[in-house]
Design a protein around this ligand. Sequence first.
Ligand code: ATP
Ligand code: MG
Length: 248
Amino acid sequence: MIHIDDITKSFDDGRSFAVRGVSLRVAQGETVVLLGASGCGKTTLLKLINRLIEPTSGRVEIDGRDVATVDPLELRRGIGYIFQDIGLFPHMSVSQNVEITPRLTGGTARTRSLLEAVGLDPDRYADRRPRELSGGQQQRVGIARALAGDPDILLMDEPFGALDAVTREQLQTELARIKRELDKTIIFVTHDIFEAVRLGDRIAVMRDGVIEQVGEAERLIREPATEFVGELFDHARRQAERLTEIEP
Ligand SMILES: Nc1ncnc2c1ncn2[C@@H]1O[C@H](COP(=O)(O)OP(=O)(O)OP(=O)(O)O)[C@@H](O)[C@H]1O
Ligand SMILES: [Mg+2]
């Protein structure tokens, strides 16, 4: 269980807030999607959980332990993190990138099974460099690396952001399977409302550093708590309708 309690982060001048008084509980095995426009504080909120960023005030607890009291490196061993820009090491092979994860056990066999789990044939890809992979394949390596230490928690920052719709859907399906089979607690960042509805057990809609509403997609659609949330889903509906209006 992740418990974010009234957390605030202000940068620089102490007057502008990246994240402002955010509280959120994520249950064991749950996927919560952070949905919101560019600059609303999604990445900052993720990094406050694994202490890549320290809060101005408030706290985060994981399974009842205040993360501020845990050694950051130890903390991050229990949390798989997928960066917004993937961040593979260009001079290392695919398998070396996966194996860099601390506490990876089981050596080569485990690396092979991780690559298979994310849909990469190890015989073809294990020894390649990241630049010899497509963007989608690099994303898969990033996910394999995040899974390598078998963490309970996965923090995923727009992992499928740069992908075409078809590849994105494949990876969404694979993530849903990984989540079922491995029972991970996941916080997933996106600005794609359709992706949010597909993957989230609950969706937290963020705007200007605050969570406007958190709940199941159905709830957000039927009972939007703010005008912003209502408008967000109305806009998505109009987009979807525009496509469905065209007879195939
Ligand atoms: N190191 C920093 N110093 C100063 N301001 C920062 C820093 N990091 C983020 N910010 C500001 O905090 C706000 C939230 O940034 P954040 O990266 O969390 O947004 P985001 O929701 O992840 O956006 P995107 O969808 O574009 O990735 C932005 O206004 C950003 O400019
Ligand atoms: Mg971001």
